[in-house]
Design a protein. Sequence first.
Length: 132
Amino acid sequence: MTTTAYEIPFYATGLQGDALAAALQELTPQMLRLGALEVRVIRSREDGYRFRLSVAVPDKRTWETMWNSDELIRFRTVHSNLYHKPLAYESNFAIAHGRGPGVTDPYGDEPFGSPVASEDPRMTGEPVPAEG
């Protein structure tokens, strides 16, 4: 097995940052059902319109099947008004990996929110306060 991480940068169109966040949040479990080993959606603290979707898959064939699946085609079609085009993904492989002692998941304290992402209390449109 050659685990590969595919990364897709998204940049939301005007006033659509929270809507894109909700759509990406709802896409995450679908990608896991389609064979992803791990999916992360990260939103920039400095620019609430900038996102990065990272998907770890066991091989290229899984990625191609996922990318061309009805679910992802539907996502790209239905939500195409929420982000700038084109979507250009890149393929990466790990050359190093580590975690702090006792840390099982550094994002483990971050809930995925309610089942309906648009009802997630974090989707306020306000900047996220800096940790200090």
